[in-house]
Design a protein around this ligand. Sequence first.
Ligand SMILES: Cc1cc2nc3c(=O)[nH]c(=O)nc-3n(C[C@H](O)[C@H](O)[C@H](O)COP(=O)(O)OP(=O)(O)OC[C@H]3O[C@@H](n4cnc5c(N)ncnc54)[C@H](O)[C@@H]3O)c2cc1C
Length: 414
Amino acid sequence: MSRTVHIIGAGIAGLAAAVSLAARGVATVVHEATDQAGGRCRSYDDAASGMRIDNGTHILLSGNVAALDFLARIRALAMVTGASKARFPFIDLATRQRWMLDLGDGRLPLWVFDRRRRAPNTRARDYVALARLIWRAPDRPLDQMISCSGPAYEQVMRPLLLAALNTDPSTASSDLARAVIRESIAQGGVACRPYLAPRGLSAAFVEPALAYLKSHAGIVHFGNQLHRCDVTAEAVTGLDFGNDVAVVGPDDAVVLAVPPYAARSIIPQLSAPDEFRAIVNAHFRIVPPPDLEPMTGVLNGTAEWIFFFEDRISATISGADLFMQHTKEEIAKLIWRDVQRVANVQAEMPPWQIVRERRATFAATPAQNAKRPGVRTAWRNLALAGDWTDTGLPATIESAVRSGNRAADFVMQL
Ligand SMILES: Cc1cc2nc3c(=O)[nH]c(=O)nc-3n(C[C@H](O)[C@H](O)[C@H](O)COP(=O)(O)OP(=O)(O)OC[C@H]3O[C@@H](n4cnc5c(N)ncnc54)[C@H](O)[C@@H]3O)c2cc1C
C-alpha cells in the first residue's frame, strides 16, 4: 500500500514540509482550515485601499538559506528582489539625522571600524561590547547579558533585533538574539542583503508552492479544519475534521503545522508558547518619489521600517501590542506623518489600509522560548512543524521553513 503524509495547515511550515516530501516522491495531502494558503504570510485584495496587499511586509536576509532554498525549489526566486548590497538607510525623526549603515559585502564586520559606514556617534569599541552576546550562556533576558542602551544598541542592535524577534529586545531571549546575530551581522554583509517580495507574499511563497505540489500529485483541501486526532497509545489512526474523518493507515504519517494555540486545542497536553506579540502594517496607495532606497529604518517615529514599492508605500511596527487600543484611522495618520517626513512627501493621506495581526509571533522571551517543543510527539507517526517549534530561531519564515523541512526528514525516517 502506498504511503500518505497528511499535513495540517498550509502556512509556510506546512507548505515547506509538503514540498520537501513531494520532492522525494511521497504522496501528500494538505488540510487547511481557511479558504487560502499562506497563514501569516499571505496577500489579499483589499477594497478600502483598492490594492492587493500583504498582511505584513516580510523581509528575508541573504543568510536565510532555508527560505531561499525553498523559493529556489518552487521556482519562485524571481518573485523576490534581493538588494545587491547590505546597506540600510536610517533616519532619526527626533534629530532629522540620516545615515547609511553599510555592512559591506564580505564576511568580516570591517564596517565597525569605518566611521562612514557605522551608525553616527558610535565607536568601534561600542560594537565590541555588544559582541559579548555571541558567547554561549544560559538563556536569560538580553539586558542581563549586555547593556541595552547607548547609540550602538539604539541605532543598530535594537532595530535589527526588534524586527527579528518582534519583542522588546531588552526583555527578549538572549539565545534567540544570539541566533539572529550569528546568522546575520556576525557573518558579515554577505548574509545581510535584504530581500523583499514586491509582487506580494502569495505570488512569491504560496502560489508557486501550491503549483509545485499540484505538479507532484499533491492534494490540498481548503476549509478543512482539524478538530481532533484519533489515537492509540503509539500512533495517530484518524483525523477528525468534523464532517469528515480521514483514516491514517499504519504506514501513513501526520505533520501538524498549525499555530501553537491551534496545536494545543488538538493536543491539550502539548507544551507550546502561549504569549504573543502583535505587528501592525500600513499600506498607502501612492507612487513614491523617485530614487528612494526600497526600505528605510526609522528611529523615534511610530513606524520602524518604511518600504517604497512601485505603486505603494508600506510601513511596519513590530511589538505593536500598544497600538491594539488605537483605531485604524489613528494609526494610519501617525504613520503617514512619518512617511511624509521620511520621504519628503507633502500629499494628503492617500487611500490606505492598516493590518493588525494580534498574534503575529510568539513572544520571544526566555520563558516562552523554553516552552517550544521539538519535532517528535508522544505518537510515533505525528510530527510537529511551525515557526514556534524549537528551531533555535525566532518566529520567522526561516524558522517556519526549517521546521517544515525537519518534520519532512523525521517522517522519511519512520
Ligand atoms: C505582520 C507579520 C509580519 C511578519 N514579518 C516577517 C518578516 O519580515 N520576516 C520573516 O521572516 N517573518 C515575518 N513574519 C513571521 C512569518 O510570517 C511567520 O513566521 C510564518 O509565516 C509562520 O508560518 P507557519 O506555517 O509556522 O504558521 P502559520 O502561518 O500560522 O500557518 C498555520 C496554518 O495552519 C492553519 N490552521 C490553523 N488551525 C488549523 C486546523 N485546526 N486545521 C487545519 N489548518 C489549521 C492556519 O489557517 C494557517 O494557514 C511576520 C508575521 C506577521 C504576522
